[in-house]
Design a protein around this ligand. Sequence first.
Ligand code: RIB
Ligand code: CA
Length: 306
Amino acid sequence: MKKPVILSTDPGIDDAVAIAILLFSEQIDVRLIAAAAGNVGVDKTLTNVLKLAKFLGKKVPVVRGCERAIIKAPIDAASVHGQSGMDGYDFPEPDESLLLQGQTAPAAIHEVVQNSAEKVTLVGIAPLTDFALYLRLYPEDVERIEELVLMGGCIGRGNYGVFSEFNIAGDPEAARIVFESGLKIRVAPLELGFQAKIKPEVSEQIKHLNRVGEMFYSLFKRYRGGSFNTGLKIYDALAAGILLQPDLFEFADTHVEIVTQEGSTYGASLVDLNNKLSKQSNALVGTAVNVDGFVKWFVNSIEKTC
Ligand code: RIB
Ligand code: CA
């Protein structure tokens, strides 16, 4: 039985890889993709989702997410992904027929969850604005959610602030709502992306797999999440890995607290591995990944995208 999944994403070059892997997985059924504001503005991430779906030949409902974070002033990562959010490859026109016109992301998520006979799995690889507002608007849905798998946070140093990671820093209040929701949560923090870098020889292998691999090779040459020559951090693919190949990972069952007080630690994710806060666990945080196994799965997943 395929697991029903709803994806919130802000493509984003590493998002694009995770989207392709999830859409072609035989384990899951992607019922909805919500384009989020994050790496670039939501108009651009929505266009990128529609362009990618067209390129991949996939018919999946797509909805436009919120314009911006609940409180936090907009941030972006165009320096990492390019002005379009997916620079490096000339995609075909977007498939506008996939767009759910006049619907908000929370309402569309609620409709999918209500109409699903099985519990739905949420996957978040962007700032958590849309999932947080969904949980506030439809609290009765929590029992119909299997879990939330998210890429976000950092155990140590951040990539946005001193101790904050981009997806969490993009909407700290949303992240706090999510981590306080009571949902089962599994987290792919920055550290997993550091461990499972995609080396140039792997990028070269992907290039010759198929047209999708060739496209990703072009995007990887532009991507600034790490270095093409010393290793790329395809963060969002680690969240897809946790969902589809959990045995490749080690997890700590721990308390994660999000700092929402404005100031130098705003958006920091306190992953309390040593229980200094004496608070109940609210997440399984990935602490290690079998790198060889992940890379093999990563290449094999891209090989299956045609
Ligand atoms: O910090 C990495 C995360 O921020 C990834 O999801 C990347 O796509 C950006 O959104
Ligand atoms: Ca992302």
